[in-house]
Design a protein around this ligand. Structure first.
Ligand code: MN
Length: 254
């Protein structure tokens, strides 16, 4: 698919504007159109969909290491997308991309993820939006396969669009791409969540840790497709209504 200067890609993330992942995502998007990078000025992983209400937001021009220019915001991923849409972009973006996150956002991680929330905020605002994560936490992870998967998904969305209210959540193992599968969110949780320690003043403190546990072995789950070394793309939605239960209860007397 060819470059089109009419297209505008807004690129954000939660690891901060300095992360290698966002630079890679911006480079891939720049093959298809103009790119604007508007991202948090610091690490914002696991902030979920939080927004800044009580403090002002400030924006600083940021020189990226690949000679692109970005804008760093002292806020959350969702703040960045909202501010970009309302104030910073000179026209409507064609698509919103978030990532490439350093670490998986599959299973229950979707709900804590700032990466996914930047993309779902894009969906809330009415733009086709994609969250991208590499399952390797290391900052120097091999993003070759991520870049190829992003190309394929961008081209898919440019051709087919996305239904209203739906975001794509893409997770890719490090290294070369071995294939992409459509998946559903895996039922999973964390166990043994906190370590208790004692500080120098003899007071206890607690530090989050824990083990990721998968509760369903379905072959079409994001977590299990990733285990096989394949990339996973899940259509997710911010409408949290359980329609199944709603249909069951809606005529019951209260
Ligand atoms: Mn992150």
């Amino acid at each position: 698919m060819k470059y089109d200067p009419e297209r505008l890609f807004l690129v954000s993330n939660d690891d901060g504007i300095f992360s290698p992942g966002i630079r890679n995502l911006a480079e891939v998007a720049s093959q298809y159109g103009e790119v604007q990078i508007i991202a948090p000025d610091r690490q914002q992983s696991a902030v979920g969909h939080s927004i800044t209400v009580m403090d002002p937001l400030r924006v600083a021009r940021f020189e990226m290491s690949n000679s692109m220019v970005g804008h760093a915001v002292n806020g959350t991923p969702a703040d960045c997308v909202k501010l970009a849409h309302d104030q910073l972009l000179d026209r409507q973006p064609t698509m919103i991309l978030s990532g490439i996150n350093h670490g998986s956002n599959a299973g229950i991680n979707i709900i804590y993820s700032g990466t996914v929330s930047a993309a779902t905020e894009g969906t809330v605002l009415g733009y086709p939006s994609i969250a991208v994560s590499c399952t390797d936490f290391q900052e120097d992870a091999d993003l070759t396969g991520c870049r190829e998967a992003v190309e394929r998904i961008i081209e898919y969305v440019l051709k087919n669009g996305l239904p209203k209210g739906v975001t794509l959540n893409l997770n890719v193992p490090p290294g070369p791409l071995r294939g992409i599968r459509w998946t559903r969110q895996g039922d999973s949780r964390y166990v043994e969540q906190y370590q208790r320690r004692i500080d120098p003043h003899d007071r206890p403190y607690y530090w989050i840790t824990g083990r990721f546990e998968v509760l369903d072995q379905g072959e079409d789950l994001d977590v299990n497709v990733l285990k096989q070394g394949l990339a996973s793309v899940t259509p997710i939605q911010y409408d949290l209504t359980s329609y199944k239960v709603y249909e069951e209860v809606k005529n019951r007397q209260l």
